[in-house]
Design a protein around this ligand. Structure first.
Ligand code: DP6
Length: 314
């Protein structure tokens, strides 16, 4: 019986995408850049079944999610998809940890092989972004730029000595999804344009900071970029606030630790959870300080050199 499994790295945006998107299209208004995670991966299996079934970590998903997967699979096959899509996530789903983005990247690569669609990576990028915008960046490894024209590119960087620490603050599904949050921000926030205007130049500066291996420069651009995104959301009507008191507490802790010599920087996406970029040699100290401050639930990842790929299960 044919069965295909693909794995895809979760990606952490150093420069965010916050764009126009509706049910069928994603129109990134700015370039964005992320690092793909080597040790935090989503795996997705596509296998024959009597009818379409979609599970995440063994839990059957809602009818709306089934519809989304069915629409997604229509890009790979003209026939009704009689398959079971089984996804496994290392981090909470729908909590701003980009697991659904990695999930769609893995599903795209798995479906491409399962249905023998033979689509190339750029074509896959136009499809997977319908499932989740930032999914495109999980198709590649390393530092990945998603250009505003839709193309993706992996930039050669040497970040082997860096680690990303996922600080799990709240694993509940967010109440406002990123789609609605984007729609509202674009339509009503007076500072959305300011975010878009700075975003492309942030990506350019970020690429050279990454190529220089300058974690301080990378961290400063990353923190300022995410502040601009969250501020634009906070000024939407009604406001969208993803960062919680605990997120701010973690961010402040990171700032304090820098003053004590631990080179680390924090970012947050569409959820309260915090990701901290740090040099490996500072990791033990960082983790113990986080634990001491009550942030005991952490996951640590190296940076991936490859993106979403089919796994040979034989
Ligand atoms: C805040 O990719 O989750 O993480 O397209 O609605 O699935 P959908 O949005 P999603 O957008 C979240 C964007 C972000 C920043 C980023 O990853 O660039």
């Amino acid at each position: 019986m044919k069965r295909v499994t693909a794995k895809a790295p979760i990606n952490v945006a150093l420069c965010k995408y916050w764009g126009k998107r509706d049910e069928t299209k994603v129109l990134p208004m700015n370039d964005s850049l992320s690092l793909s995670m080597r040790d935090v991966l989503t795996t997705t299996t596509v296998e024959p079944s009597n009818e379409l079934c979609f599970t995440i970590d063994g839990v059957v998903q809602s009818e709306a999610e089934h519809e989304k997967v069915s629409d997604f699979l229509a890009h790979f096959t003209d026939e009704a998809p009689h398959v079971h899509v089984r996804s496994k996530n290392p981090v909470p789903t729908g909590a701003g940890m980009a697991s659904s983005a990695a999930g769609f990247a893995a599903l795209g690569v798995a479906a491409n092989a399962y249905f023998n669609a033979n689509l190339d990576t750029q074509r896959l990028a136009t499809i997977v972004r319908r499932g989740s915008g930032s999914a495109v960046r999980s198709l590649l490894g390393g530092a990945v730029v998603w250009h505003r024209d839709g193309s993706i590119e992996s930039v050669a960087v040497d970040v082997e000595a860096w680690r990303m620490v996922f600080v799990v603050i709240d694993d509940r599904r967010k109440t406002i999804g990123s789609r609605e949050a984007m729609r509202r921000t674009v339509a009503t926030s007076p500072t959305y344009d300011a975010f878009v205007n700075r975003a492309d130049s942030d990506v350019k500066k970020m690429i050279s900071a990454l190529q220089d291996g300058d974690l301080d420069a990378v961290g400063q651009i990353m923190e300022a970029n995410q502040d601009a995104m969250h501020e634009a959301m906070a000024q939407a009507v009604p406001p969208i606030v993803y960062r919680s008191d605990a997120s701010h507490r973690a961010r402040n802790l990171i700032t304090t630790l820098r003053a004590r010599g631990i080179i680390a920087y924090a970012t947050m996406d569409a959820g309260p959870n915090v990701k901290v970029l740090v040099e490996e040699r500072m990791l033990t100290r960082l983790k113990s300080e986080l634990r001491r401050a009550g942030f005991a639930r952490v996951l640590v990842s190296r940076i991936a050199t490859v993106g979403a790929v089919v796994i040979d299960e034989n």
